[in-house]
Design a protein around this ligand. Structure first.
Ligand code: AKG
Length: 271
């Protein structure tokens, strides 16, 4: 299954897509597995700050299989090509607002994120907000969009008043967006459950490989020496392996970066 050409064009133009009900039939087991990861790790969310586990789907065999799911596979291959890379995942209990930010400024390699919101979230109740088109790093310029992260100083308005659209969602819906897109979330409960899967295109040029290696190196702040868990690799079919191989081949620098992170950080990053 592939996305329609119009969906792909919309993603290129605006930087995001919504998939209402795409995983409705799977949402019960996905929520059970989500909860189980935190139990397995003995992690209790205390509602005063974000709790974040990285990598996330790697922790349990059934969650790993999301990479093989026809819906996820089709979104990834339609937006990134059949040889897309899986680059990691994070599982979160969010607390409070998330201010405006992009997840990267990638000129040479296309990175996307698929987000699973596991509670019903509305505009002022923790739904992802996006500034359509703000992923574009071309002649239309980005710098005004980037000011959303300090909108009180830039435009005299609170961050939650910045013009944007809210991608309201219920369990079973999916949201996909380009890492360069400005996004945020406001309101919602103190235990907003959400996890993401990160993916990128196959890196085919020197510049794209440099981008990929830099992105992988960013994982060092979570003190992870290998990009994927043993469970993810052991249970991988040949098809899934195709989406892990390039990242594994370009992660040799991780252990050294992790050693440096451990020397300077008191705990792994929270997001
Ligand atoms: O839902 C949120 O609070 C923000 C999500 C986000 O920033 C992200 O996944 O990159």
């Amino acid at each position: 299954m592939q996305l329609e050409q119009q969906q792909k064009d919309f993603f290129e133009a605006f930087g995001f897509l919504q998939f209402p009900g795409a995983l409705r039939e799977d949402s019960n087991w996905i929520i059970e597995e989500f909860e189980a990861v935190f139990v397995d790790h003995g992690v209790m969310h205390n509602s005063t700050q974000r709790t974040c586990l990285v990598p996330f789907i790697d922790q349990r065999e059934r969650l790993c299989s999301l990479l093989d799911h026809p819906v996820i596979h089709s979104i990834a291959s339609s937006l990134l090509g059949d040889d897309f890379n899986y680059t990691g995942s994070d599982g979160n209990y969010y607390t409070g607002d998330t201010g405006w930010h992009p997840d990267g400024m990638h000129h040479d390699l296309k990175h996307i994120k698929i987000a699973f919101y596991l509670d019903a979230v509305g505009r002022d109740g923790g739904a992802l907000r996006v500034i359509p088109g703000s992923h574009r790093l071309d002649e239309y310029g980005q710098f005004q969009f980037r000011d959303a992260g300090h909108s009180p100083q830039a435009w005299g308005m609170e961050m939650h008043d910045v013009p944007a659209i809210a991608l309201e969602s219920t369990p079973g819906d999916l949201v996909a967006f380009n890492h360069n897109l400005m996004h945020a979330a406001f309101g919602g409960s103190a235990r907003r459950r959400m996890f993401t899967i990160n993916l990128c295109a196959h890196a085919a040029s020197e510049a794209a490989i440099a981008d990929l290696e830099e992105f992988i190196g960013g994982g060092a702040r979570f003190w992870i020496e290998e990009p994927f868990s043993e469970t993810m690799r052991r249970t991988a079919s040949p098809e899934r392996m195709k989406h892990l191989e390039q990242v594994i081949a370009h992660s040799k620098h991780l252990p050294e970066l992790v050693a440096k992170a451990r020397a300077t950080m008191s705990e792994p990053a929270r997001g």
